[in-house]
Design a protein around this ligand. Structure first.
Ligand SMILES: Nc1ncnc2c1ncn2[C@@H]1O[C@H](COP(=O)(O)OP(=O)(O)OP(=O)(O)O)[C@@H](O)[C@H]1O
Length: 244
């Protein structure tokens, strides 16, 4: 179980300190599918980076099964079982897609085993397995490859920052199925940052972050109707939710 206690994060701005996260506390229970949503610039990615160990909070604690992991970096947290998929995935020149999936799985897997993960994310495996993870891959392709590596990792917490970004509409339904399958098959929690109603729809719980604050947290049935049915929801959602 992952717990965030009174997390605040500040950066130095032109007019003094800028508070990006303000006293955010919540519990991510085991085996839950949780979506963080909210307006642009609200602090969602920063929160995900704090969870992954890319950013260190100025105050507050992060607990992993009750143990304080606030000072652990991304590598140490990955070893504990926290995976993070970037909004803009990193490219690795000289490393093939197969290398990346094999490394992620943490064991010797066959090419056909690695190909299965690629097929899951809608890529024709034979076309990609030997390609380098470099700038020749499109934004959508690299995003799907990164999702495949997180699936191969099978960690206890998988954090995805806007996995739908750069994914075409045709593949989007497939992506939803990938997440539903991950949720049913892996013993772990999935934390997704998303503005997409169809991703919000498959969540167990939704967190609404706005202006650095956790404004709402509850089950999908509690939170989603209020997001979709109020003027506030329209304020934040229409820029990205597909039906708008
Ligand atoms: N290192 C930094 N220095 C200065 N400002 C930052 C830094 N990191 C984040 N910010 C600012 O903090 C705010 C929150 O950014 P963040 O990327 O967490 O928002 P977000 O909710 O993920 O937004 P989006 O939906 O647009 O992806 C933004 O105003 C951003 O410009």
């Amino acid at each position: 179980m992952l717990e965030l206690e009174h997390i605040s994060f500040e950066v130095a701005g032109e007019r003094g300190e800028k508070e990006i996260l303000k006293d955010v506390s919540f519990v991510l229970p085991d085996n839950k599918f949780v979506v963080i949503t909210g307006p642009n610039g609200g602090g969602k990615s920063t929160l995900a980076k704090v969870i992954a160990g890319i950013e260190t909070p100025n105050s507050g604690r992060i607990l992993w099964d009750g143990e304080d992991i606030t000072d652990l970096d991304i590598t140490q947290r990955a070893r504990l079982g926290i995976s993070y998929a970037f909004q803009q995935p990193v490219r690795f020149k000289g490393v093939t897609v197969f290398d990346l999936i094999r490394l992620a799985s943490g064991k010797e897997i066959s090419v056909s085993g690695a190909c299965e993960y690629l097929s899951e994310v809608g890529l024709c495996a034979k076309d990609y397995i030997n390609r380098e993870v470099d700038a020749s891959l499109s934004g959508g392709e690299i995003k799907r490859i990164e999702i495949a590596t997180i699936m191969a990792r099978k960690t206890r917490v998988s954090v995805f920052d806007e996995p739908e970004a750069g994914i075409d509409l045709w593949s989007f339904q497939n992506l939803i199925q990938v997440f539903e399958k991950m949720h049913s098959q892996i013993q772990g929690s999935i934390l997704i940052i998303s503005h997409q109603e169809r991703i919000l729809n498959i969540a167990d719980e939704i967190l609404l972050i706005a202006d650095g604050e956790l404004v709402k947290h509850g089950s999908k049935d509690e939170v989603l109707p209020t997001l979709l049915g109020t003027a506030n929801a329209a304020d934040f959602a229409c820029s990205k939710i597909e039906r708008c």
